[in-house]
Design a protein around this ligand. Structure first.
Ligand SMILES: [Zn+2]
Ligand SMILES: [Zn+2]
Length: 452
């Protein structure tokens, strides 16, 4: 019987002299290649910034990060960080240059871009050069605390100053003056714009017959301030009319379907049902809303008279919806993993498509719109798999093919950096730290413009 005894060699024993030199070379090679990779990452982020700014990802994807995750295989968190850092570096040229020269690691740059502004970039670059990645991380955490406190003070001050004053003038008119939080103000402006359009643009279009110039005084719309006043009245009236209740999700749209009674005998006949156009949206939008909604069917006789009004039903009954969620889990569009979705009829029920599992697919709100209104096409294959096409007819694969990589990528990277005149060695990214203790509180006090 053989018993092998292995004696572990731990790094506690000093390596032999020849060995030390070899390990040092190995360490240097690691440091040098890491600097090369950071320099290459700078280029990668530059490309991502341009791709993002020019909306190259806007081909069925919801964001640049989503596209990156699909195309390159980064996990979602890392993809979002890449896009965030890429955008931030667009306004931080010194940090961008330090990364491009391999002087600052991607980890340090990622941390610093969470707090750096054009005003504080220089100071934070010095922090990145002097400290280790862990020091940088700790200083950034402390910096953010100061930022958050200052921001919270500012938000609280603004929130406190919100106000709406209403008082009656001598002639009985009501005067309004106020200060609203930015997001509330934006909402009000949006509501007034919508109300103004409803009141004037539509009325104007109806009142002016084609061929006339509209110079008639009676159809001249009121001045802008008057329109705004009328719009506010409509907003208030609408709010009161609806009991100031935004309504439960899914119940917001009720679709009325008009069906010609004789056509019902032929479910494949064209135009057997027409969606009510009461919501003033495009045909395709009303088809999307109708895909998964509350439905009321009205039957008409040949003279157009309503003969029968059906009960309100869900186009996708609850049990089928549960089965759909169980089978699909998330949105089925390539690269999307949103968990909340709507049931989409691959062949619309208004065209005779059945409400069955095989004719349904879960799509998030965004991709449901893409399939109905943006020209994307989907089909279920005989094997049950879904396939998607872009509006230009090209197939949109679930997983894109990987990019071609040269046989020796490290050599290629070095050669490219050499050609650019970039000199990178084992000491390029070495921190200036000499082992002294880091006092984060002191460092922040000295560096942060709002500290203390
Ligand atoms: Zn649909
Ligand atoms: Zn989706």
């Amino acid at each position: 019987m053989n018993t092998d005894v292995y004696v572990g060699i731990t790094p506690m024993t000093e390596p032999a002299a020849g060995c030390t030199a070899e390990l040092e070379r190995l360490g240097d090679e690691i440091a040098e290649l890491s600097a090369h990779l950071d320099a290459a990452t700078a280029r990668l982020l530059e490309l991502i910034r341009e791709f993002d700014a020019r909306a190259g990802w806007n081909t069925g994807f919801r964001s640049c990060a989503e596209w990156l995750s699909w195309r390159v295989g980064l996990d979602r968190g890392a993809a979002r960080e890449h896009v965030r850092v890429a955008r931030a570096l667009g306004t931080l040229p010194r940090l961008a240059r330090a990364l491009a020269r391999g002087e600052l690691s991607y980890s340090k740059v990622r941390a610093l871009t969470r707090v750096a502004t054009p005003d504080t970039e220089d100071r934070l670059l010095a922090v990145g050069r002097a400290g280790t990645a862990e020091h940088v991380e700790r200083i950034v955490r402390g910096w953010r605390r100061v930022d958050r406190l200052a921001e919270a003070r500012e938000t609280a001050r603004r929130h406190k100053s919100r106000a709406l004053h209403l008082y009656q003038d001598e002639d009985g008119m009501v005067v309004i003056r106020g200060r609203l939080a930015p997001e509330v103000g934006a909402m009000l402006i949006q509501a007034l714009t919508a109300a103004r359009e409803a009141l004037y643009h539509k009325a104007h279009a109806q009142n002016v017959p084609a061929g006339t110039s509209g110079a008639d005084v009676s159809v001249e719309p009121p001045a802008m301030p008057q329109q705004q006043a009328d719009a506010l009245a409509l907003v208030a009236e609408t709010a009161l009319h609806h009991g100031i209740d935004p309504g439960a999700p899914g119940e917001r749209y009720q679709v009325v379907v008009h069906v010609d009674a004789p056509v019902l005998t032929d479910p494949d006949g064209p135009g057997q049902s027409i969606l009510d156009d009461g919501v003033h949206v495009s045909a395709e939008t009303s088809r999307r809303l109708a895909c998964d909604a509350t439905r009321v069917v009205m039957r008409h006789d040949p003279d157009g008279q309503v003969t029968e009004v059906g009960a309100r039903t869900r186009t996708i009954p609850p049990a089928l919806r549960r089965a759909l969620h169980y089978r699909d889990g998330t949105c089925r569009f390539p690269g999307c993993a949103r968990r909340f979705g709507q049931g989409h009829h691959i062949r619309h029920w208004a065209n005779g498509g059945p409400t069955t599992l095989s004719n349904l697919a879960l799509l998030c709100r965004w991709h449901h719109r893409a399939v109905h209104e943006a020209g994307y096409r989907m089909e279920r294959q005989p094997d049950g798999q879904l396939r998607f096409w872009r509006p230009d007819g090209r197939l949109l694969p679930d997983v894109p093919p990987p990019a071609a990589v040269p046989a020796d990528p490290v050599h290629t990277l070095r050669a490219r950096h050499d050609a650019q005149g970039l000199r990178v060695d084992a000491r390029t990214a070495m921190p200036g730290w000499l082992g002294e203790r880091l006092d984060v509180g002191y460092a922040i006090d000295v560096l942060h413009p709002l500290a203390g």
